[in-house]
Write a protein that binds this ligand. Structure first.
Ligand SMILES: Cc1ncc(Cn2nnc(CCOP(=O)(O)OP(=O)(O)O)c2C)c(N)n1
Ligand SMILES: [Mg+2]
Length: 563
């Protein structure tokens, strides 16, 4: 078979196990899309705009080895760049592909449409280099295979986005046939000597520890569920308490006896902040210490007794072991560690079990307590719950997850509106899971259009839309008139998106009884999304958000550094 550049790219993606690529048409990418469409098993899924397209690719990358989005030059790519920045911050391998000017125009002095209005078009590649681990420009067919392979390989190895731009007159030009995909998927291996030394140092640290505790952070999300399983084995082998940081909710099975809850400084699960503070050996795995995860820098930060195992390096006490990769280190360490469950038994003896939540009176105005009680009832082992930036983060930490349930969040980038398009991409990959989004009214207003694509593909996503009349998370950090928003008829929007043949459902719920009914309807509704608009008083929010908001405001308000 003769290959063109577009077919080469599409074949590589299909060889990696992608069955979908997200796209928004533009005259710089139409030939490329035509060529990619010739490759079996790689369906093109069209989005409303390029920001949502990028987030859909990011959501797909939460389920598959990678996600891919195809956009047009400048006017498309610039919007997608925000989602690419998010994928970089969240360590997700998203491939952004942009159509680009005809290669005859480079150096011609021509002014082209969809450009900045001058004749040097390299600005987009330069921008992409700042927000990806690799950015390449393809203006000649013979270079395409090597550059495409290099960009994809870099994204997979670094768990970061990559960028490819292809001149619009090159996409249909002949090029060589792709070889075995193993040349791309082969991952870097750890330095053997460092691996052994790191394991030895870790064992010594654990030997001397009375109260070790394992704390799992969000970086392991992108390392994939295989790693997650290996980390679970390590936790069980060690027998010590295991906590997850907010970004890592769901990355350790919560039904395991070692699991103690969320570690989030002052707003940790009951007893967990004290457990971590009093530990003499904290084993952080994939931890990210930022102003939000440390509650305004007031959390326990790394000290000389700690062990910090990240995806690409390991620090044990005062010693650094670079080139020791998480994927290699955990399986080496697990069989060597000795069980030390005394600290866990001490913790259990204090009995920190959460109090049962009483069912609200059915006609009473809906509260977040009743809302969360009912959402808890929806969570099964095949549920994926997306928590959007907002009060949803804080409520989400209190859900008890049955093994197999997943939680997705975007706590490093924190782009409001991420959840709807990212869930769209995730649900395209995992249509049979029980996919639920918990999203605030403010966030929803940024990317609501993508619900119409869920309708178009009959995806039974359940959207819990919290209408609390504005930006509550911002109110709790720092209030002002800018935190009020124009109200929408969110449930009514579904009729707009349905048009003549859609099967979306939009339901309003003002009290517990209406919510019960809406949840039953949503769970039974399989051929389209259900948006449940819940009306919540603007003052009703998670107590954790109130504490966290004050600390973040204090961190934001620090006096300027002298000098
Ligand atoms: C793209 C983007 N623009 C602005 C912000 C700042 N921001 N963070 N959270 C918010 C408000 C979120 O409000 P909602 O979604 O209604 O959430 P809650 O009311 O807190 O449940 C803003 C405006 C942001 N995080 N991302
Ligand atoms: Mg809100």
């Amino acid at each position: 078979m003769e290959y063109t550049v577009g077919q080469y790219l599409a074949t590589r993606l299909a060889q990696l196990g992608l069955n979908h690529v997200f796209a928004v048409a533009g005259d710089y990418n139409l030939t490329l899309l035509d060529e990619m469409a010739k490759v079996e098993d790689l369906e093109q899924v069209y989005c409303c705009n390029e920001l949502n397209c990028g987030f859909a690719g990011e959501g797909y990358a939460r389920s598959r080895v990678m996600g891919a989005a195809v956009v047009t030059f400048s006017v498309g790519a610039f919007s997608a760049f925000n989602a690419v920045g998010g994928a970089f911050a969240e360590n997700l391998p998203l491939l952004l592909v942009s159509g680009a000017p005809n290669n005859n125009d480079y150096g011609s002095g021509h002014i082209l449409h969809h450009t900045m209005g001058y004749s040097d078009y390299r600005y987009q590649l330069e921008m992409a280099k700042q927000i990806t681990c690799e950015a390449v420009s393809i203006a000649h067919a013979h270079e395409a295979p090597c550059l495409i392979d290099h960009a994809i390989r870099s994204a997979l190895r670094n768990r970061k986005p990559a960028y490819i731009e292809i001149s619009c007159n090159i996409a249909n030009q002949p090029c060589t046939e792709p070889g075995p995909i193993s040349s791309i998927t082969n991952s870097l291996i750890s330095d053997d000597e460092s691996l052994k030394a790191a394991a030895q140092a870790c064992l010594e640290a654990l030997e001397n520890a009375k109260n070790p505790v394992m704390i799992i952070g969000g970086k392991i999300r992108s390392a994939g569920c295989v790693i997650s399983k290996k980390i679970t084995q390590l936790g069980k082998q060690l027998g010590c308490p295991v906590a997850t940081m907010a970004q890592a909710k769901g990355l350790f099975p919560e039904e395991e006896p070692e699991y103690v809850g969320t570690y989030w400084g002052e707003i940790s699960s009951t007893g967990v902040e004290e457990l971590v503070r009093n530990s003499d050996c904290r084993i952080y795995i994939g931890a990210v210490f930022n102003d939000y995860s440390t509650v305004g820098w007031e959390c326990q930060l790394l000290d000389d007794h700690d062990i910090w195992i990240s995806t690409h390096h390991t620090r044990i006490g005062k010693k650094e072991f670079s080139g020791v990769y998480l994927k290699d280190f955990i399986p080496v360490l697990t069989p060597l560690v000795k069980k030390n469950s005394a600290y866990l038994e001490q913790f259990r003896a204090k009995n920190h079990a959460a109090k049962a939540v009483t069912i609200a009176e059915g006609q009473a105005p809906l509260t977040t307590v009743e809302l969360c009680r009912q959402i808890q009832g929806m969570i099964t082992g095949d549920t994926t719950l997306y928590l959007e930036t907002g009060d949803s983060w804080f409520h989400g930490m209190h859900f008890k997850l049955p093994n197999g349930a997943r939680v997705e969040s975007e706590m490093q980038w924190g782009h409001i509106g991420w959840s709807v398009p990212s869930m769209f991409g995730y649900a395209v990959s995992e249509p049979d899971r029980r996919n639920i989004i918990m999203v605030g009214d403010g966030s929803f207003q940024l990317t609501a259009q993508e619900v119409c694509q869920m309708i178009r593909r009959n995806l039974p996503v359940i959207i819990i839309l919290i209408n609390n009349a504005g930006y509550t998370i911002e109110v709790k950090i720092h209030d002002g008139p800018y935190n009020r928003i124009k109200n929408w008829d969110y449930a009514g929007l579904i009729d707009v998106f349905n048009a003549e043949d859609g099967k979306g459902l939009g339901i309003k719920a003002k009290n517990g009884a209406e919510l019960e009914k809406a949840v039953q309807t949503a769970l039974a509704h399989k051929d389209g999304p259900t948006l449940i608009e819940v009306e919540i008083d603007a003052q009703d929010c998670s107590p954790d958000l109130v504490v966290w908001g004050k600390k973040v405001a204090k961190a934001n308000g620090r006096a300027p550094r002298k000098g």
